[in-house]
Design a protein around this ligand. Sequence first.
Ligand SMILES: *Cc1c(COP(=O)(O)O)cnc(C)c1O
Length: 377
Amino acid sequence: MKKPLIMTPGPTYVHEEVRRALSMEMTNPDLDLNFYEFYKETCDRFKELLYTKNEVLILSGEAILGLEAACASLIEPGDKVLCIDNGIFGNGFGDFAKMYGAEVVYFKSDYKRAIDVKGLENLLKENNDFKMATIVHCETPSGITNQIDLICPLLKKYGIITVVDSVSATGGEELKTDEWKIDILLGGSQKCLSAPAGLTFLSISKDAWDKILNRKIPIVGFYCNISNWKRWYEDKWFPYTPPINDIYGLRAALDRLLEEKDYVKRHKQIAEAVRKSLIGAGLKLYPLDGFSNTVTTVDLPEGITFNDIFEEMINEHNIMIAGAFDFLKDKVIRIGHMGENCREEKIYITLKALDHVFRKHGVKLEGEMHKLYAEYR
Ligand SMILES: *Cc1c(COP(=O)(O)O)cnc(C)c1O
């Protein structure tokens, strides 16, 4: 059976070049000094992707490890943390902070819109004694990208450490870690990088290192303890054996992306064409603004269930699309156009299949989605 075309907002398609890199012959990564150089070069290439001079680390664990490691390493019991929340991931970040003893204050913003920067500015005028703030770059379930270029500099004005979950945006949206004053930027291998799930990368600023290394109470745990990595290169010692093949794969994926240079433009153009096509066919996008360039979330039309769409897309067309979870379960459909899935031909056949499924179920469309797409792309 031919593998389905996976058009979900992560994990994404893994290119053959990456799959080949995953199967390269391996060495003992703890003892082979060449591997330390390879790991370092890979971190340096990440600095190019993230536009940062800060140190970058690649940790062995899915992107959630990055969120948890940032919280575990920065937060001491009783610390005040501002959780900036306009969606499921934004809200969940607060739970991680609480797990490590933070006193969390939520700044809630409309779940259908990008974070209200003016509102945040007003809150900070009154209340700003936070040690750190958590922000999600792209809210993947709702398809909303937040203006971290405005939010992080605003927080830093008050000396607040900025921790950004950019898992579904890095490699697809514009990102200037240093210029935008992001202390910890974290991402994962399986979204726009289009490598297999299992690795997280993060950049750590000097301010963040200062907080991590000068705590009153030691960091609880080992895997999430970023301070264990402080001297990995000087001492030629990894806190645990790195998953060497996954890192080979991630490097190949990163090289592919950086080689292209115009990946942000590609994501923007394709995302705009997808949105126009869906609107042109009479469908309604879930967000009211802040439309993501890596995932599009559209309201489920009347008269059809998400399960019908999912099953028919897979069974009849061999294409996998996603719904969402939590309060968005059975309310929306999501098309991922991130990384290797952000290619014209893949979007065209996905929209053509979706158009077919909708019509079969009596959904009234005002235009053929794939034809509109061919026009708008
Ligand atoms: C994918 C993603 C993660 C990682 O979550 P998983 O559910 O483990 O894939 C974290 N944050 C965001 C914003 C994501 O899109």
